[in-house]
Design a protein around this ligand. Sequence first.
Ligand code: KIV
Ligand code: ZN
Length: 388
Amino acid sequence: MSDRVILFDTTLRDGEQALAASLSVNEKLQIARALERTGIDIIEAGFPVSSPGDFDSVQQIARTLRDSRVCALSRAVQGDIDAAAEAMKVADQFRIHTFISTSSIHVESKLKRNFDQVLEMATGAVRYARRFTDDVEFSCEDAGRTPIDNLCRMVEAAIKAGATTVNIPDTVGYTTPTEFGGIITNLFERVPNIHQAVISVHCHDDLGLSVANSIAAIEAGARQVEGTINGIGERAGNAALEEVIMILNTRQTHFGLTTNARPTEIYRTSSQVSRLCNMPIQPNKAIVGSNAFSHSSGIHQDGMLKAQNTYEIMTPESVGLPRNTLNLTSRSGRHVIKHRMTELGYQEQDFDLDTLYQRFLELADKKGQVFDYDLEALLFFENQKEDD
Ligand code: KIV
Ligand code: ZN
């Protein structure tokens, strides 16, 4: 089994489909380029049959990408597959991603078919897609709620029909990490041809478990992980790819797995996605939230000044942030103020630390957070007093 996890980004498909206002072609191109810079292997650019605008943007992205491979979504019907192939044929290599539901709830209530009919449709779609490309991904929609015997049958049949990647989505974010990892383990134990395809996972965040479920699946043998930047997507969203990347990166010795990601691009890509999609990032969001590398309590700040790894398991620089932030509040110690003044270019003889710290505490009690320009103003007023 490979020790590399393939990164599949669906910000422009699953992510975009959840936005109040669609992205323009130009905005999608900017995001696609940012994803490419971040080292994403496969970029799902859209669902070409869904609208002429989507077709056009998939085509333009297919024309632009060099290092990442373009992919487009299609239902398990020929018209969708034709549209996907037509939109991407400008690229040297492309992936067609076709899918159909496999859970009993979806098969009976949504598709109004029986499982054998759905199996026929799935294998027919995979065979048809293989006429256009040798890179075909098949997804078992709502795999998380699919009876395991049916899921095993579907995965085996899809691989036999020519799927090179088989994706196991937790479409409604229902499973727990133990359950979801168990599904992947079961597939590896029971599907005889499973090593002929890459097993992929695609988790939604309805219970806040999408990243945990993805990691459990990787531990059980999945070697492609699907997600979006900042976790944007349907309802509560998809697995946040920047979190998956940094989990595998920060705990490299634990997992022993690699990716092609360039983590130092994460912050820039995340900010761009947030701005273009008009989706603010919560301050305490892991990896990319504005508080992710800031330290407020006096004890933490003091520890950070002694050694960065006391309270940081990865550096802000590693995800592309210039440096960590020590929030200056009434809980900050004298130590931190002295350090910040040195960072601002002052020498010890330029200020009286006791007085400055006293003024700082008075100000912090009034306004909460004290900024660098406040410190400079306090120093200026103290020096003025001395001169008078
Ligand atoms: O969540 C899902 O099941 C999907 C499929 C189309 C892969 O987005
Ligand atoms: Zn999805």
